[in-house]
Design a protein around this ligand. Structure first.
Ligand SMILES: Nc1ncnc2c1ncn2[C@@H]1O[C@H](COP(=O)(O)OP(=O)(O)O)[C@@H](O)[C@H]1O
Ligand SMILES: [Mg+2]
Length: 242
């Protein structure tokens, strides 16, 4: 479904990603891990069109999306949540998700349909129904993360890019997020996710790609990654993760 081919990204002087290649198959959950500054968020931003790669190419569902803008990439079926929660602070929860439904999908829909779709998606991600008309600036982190996810889902993605969705959540909230991600995958959506909490990534991922200083140092099943010497010395340490 997604093929990342020899992608590099430089920011004046800094090499954030260096010659990274890997694939994501349909209906897989692929975890992207690595220490802070490894280039994980940059890679998701390159895939979603936020950044143009310095070199390499990205093929999605047979289409070369390397040079495409974020709105075009989204319409082709890739939605992304941001590591920092980006929302329109003065708009309500419902309005925030309606924006996704109206502008993110390739389908043409009217305002009423967009609002219904937004409501449906907010319910799906477990957002409290009595708060759909609250301005998002009054909401807590769990609620904001749910809104983000609902907004991404309202664009009808085939591939969902998740950047640290469980960061800042307590263990119960984080378990809820894991169940929700499983439910999303079972609905037929493919997922590429960046995550720091190893328990989450080990439980959810079919495959894991490890980045270190912008380079891919390993790729494999959670079991393979947990015993990979390079990964242990540069990232995991000696603890057992499964
Ligand atoms: N917009 C940017 N401008 C300059 N440097 C950036 C920018 N975005 C990321 N970087 C740099 O790229 C490297 C990788 O960052 P990032 O992708 O955010 O890592 P991660 O998400 O793995 O923590 C870091 O050195 C970071 O400072
Ligand atoms: Mg990041």
């Amino acid at each position: 479904m997604l093929s990342i081919q020899n992608v590099s990204k430089h920011f004046d002087g800094i090499t954030a990603i260096k010659d990274v290649s890997f694939k994501v198959e349909k209906e897989e959950i692929v975890g992207l891990v690595g220490p802070n500054g490894a280039g994980k968020s940059t890679l998701l931003n390159v895939v979603s069109g936020v950044y143009l790669p310095s070199s390499g190419s990205i093929i999605f569902d047979g289409t070369d999306i390397t040079d495409k803008s974020p709105d075009k990439v989204c319409k082709l079926g890739i939605a992304k949540t941001f590591q920092l929660v980006h929302s329109f602070p003065e708009l309500t929860a419902l309005q925030n998700v309606t924006v996704g439904a109206l502008f993110g999908s390739s389908e043409k829909i009217n305002m009423k349909e967009a609002r219904d779709k937004a409501e449906e998606n907010l319910e799906y991600v477990g957002y409290p129904v009595d708060k759909i008309n609250y301005p998002v600036k009054n909401l807590n982190i769990v609620e904001l993360k749910r809104i983000q996810l609902a907004r991404a889902l309202a664009t009808d993605p085939k591939l969902l890019l998740l950047d640290e969705v469980t960061t800042g959540l307590n263990p119960k909230e984080s378990n809820d997020a894991v169940s929700l991600i499983q439910k999303i995958r079972e609905s037929g959506i493919t997922i590429l996710m960046v995550e720091h909490v190893m328990r989450v990534i080990m439980n959810l991922s079919d495959r894991i790609v490890v980045l270190h200083h912008g380079e891919k140092i390993a790729e494999g099943t959670p079991e393979e990654i947990a015993k990979d010497e390079k990964v242990i010395s540069s990232y995991l340490g000696r603890k057992t993760y499964i």
